[in-house]
Design a protein around this ligand. Structure first.
Ligand SMILES: CSC[C@@H](O)[C@@H](O)C(=O)COP(=O)(O)O
Length: 385
């Protein structure tokens, strides 16, 4: 996507250094800082500390992580000359990569996909080349998936726009939570992709951006992205959604997801469930946009089976922003001694979801409908079979 006229992605491969590079999203929107990922420890740190975040981006970063295992050990003759030792190292490092964050299924998906590719190859250089090739392929494929999500999802916005043509206020008001934009994917985003497509087609849209405490991905990242694209938006507190829905100020909710079961239960950033409840109570369509890499085909019960990450309570206790000297700084909010609990995600049951926007089209939040878009997953072993 364009930032001040320049093409930008949150991750890319730098041929000069032979390493993946990422934008450090902790510093946005105040500073664009690029970080190099030359070792697996760097990759794990980037995922854990959320320099990169958002399910599809975590998946892409994990995919490059597998390449990094081989890049990092390229001068280790013991590993290079012993296939068993090399494969054991790849498998144990991949396990470490997959443990960096638990909720987004894309991480395990991206790592396993590249790992399985690499283990089949004979010879160190062939393995390293295969890892890089597959990681780059995943990045392009996810970008294409998000583009298609945008095309399909824009039809929902166009439909609302058509219905509003006889009203004085024709603006389509969309609410979103967290950041499911290009910063969370590779290009376009998931929840934001339909917004970018609709806006580019000339539809009058306005986006309510939940600030998304504790790390403010909405206020910091979604607002920045939308602003750079010229899309009208307003940052609101996380608790304002219900109120504005009751007052007819929201036509449509679109969010992303970190893991969705084959039955349509949706894990996403903490607070998503409350938005879905409020949308249901106000008859407002609640859509979830996702690439197929975010479905967990092996599970059926999101509440019981999706692991919910619990992060450092200090992310709640401290809030980060620019001080009056223009320096990024953190300040303590609650009393020093008060404990805090940081549940990073929640699960919205399928019954509250109007539908899914995927790269293959839109479907209802029902196992049969989801599988009719992805019939090849019909026989994927659910843990319940
Ligand atoms: C297209 S990204 C979808 C989700 O990953 C996004 O909504 C989200 O919850 C991100 O959480 P984060 O903790 O910032 O990684």
């Amino acid at each position: 996507m364009k930032v001040d006229g320049n093409d930008m992605r949150p991750i890319w491969f730098d041929n000069k250094t032979s390493t993946a590079k990422v934008i450090d999203q902790r510093k946005l929107p105040h500073k664009i800082e690029i970080v190099d990922l030359p070792t697996v420890d760097h990759v794990i740190m980037a995922i854990k500390e959320m320099l990169v975040r958002g399910a599809p981006l975590i998946g892409a970063t994990g995919a490059f992580g597998v390449y990094t295992i081989l890049f990092e050990n390229r001068d280790n003759t013991n590993i290079k000359n012993n296939t068993d030792q090399c494969n054991n190292l790849i498998q144990s490092e991949c396990k470490r990569l997959k443990n960096a964050r638990p909720t987004a299924i894309n991480l395990a998906w991206g790592v396993d996909r590249v790992m399985n590719h690499v283990l089949k190859e004979q010879g160190y250089d062939a393995k390293m080349n295969a890892a890089l090739e597959e990681a780059c392929f995943i990045v392009e494929e996810e970008a294409e998936n998000c583009k298609n999500i945008g095309e399909h999802g824009a039809s929902l916005i166009e439909e609302v726009s058509r219905k509003k043509q006889n009203l004085t206020d024709k603006t389509v008001n969309i609410l979103t939570h967290c950041n499911a934009g290009w910063l969370a994917t590779v290009e376009y985003g998931t929840a934001t992709a339909p917004m970018y497509v609709a806006f580019d087609k000339g539809i009058d849209i306005h986006v309510w951006v939940d600030e998304t405490r504790p790390l403010n991905q909405g206020a910091r990242l979604t607002a920045w992205e939308l602003g750079k694209h010229g899309i009208k938006h307003t940052v609101i507190t996380d608790n304002a959604g219900g109120h504005i829905m009751q007052h007819g100020m929201v036509d449509l909710v679109i969010v992303g997801t970190d893991r969705t079961t084959r039955t349509g239960d949706v894990a996403n950033k903490i607070g998503t469930y409350l938005k879905a409840l409020a949308a249901k109570d106000n008859n407002i369509p609640f859509y979830v946009a996702l690439p197929s890499s975010t479905f967990d085909w092996s599970i059926k019960d999101g509440l019981a089976e999706i692991p919910i990450e619990e992060r450092d309570p200090d992310e709640i206790r401290y809030i980060q922003g620019l001080d009056i000297n223009g320096k990024i700084t953190s300040v303590l909010v609650p009393p020093e001694q008060s404990p805090a609990a940081n549940h990073a995600f929640d699960v919205t049951p399928a019954r509250l979801v109007t539908g899914f926007v995927t790269e293959r089209g839109i479907c209802k939040a029902l196992e049969s409908d989801i599988l009719s878009l992805f019939p090849e997953q019909f026989s994927t072993q659910s843990r319940h079979l």
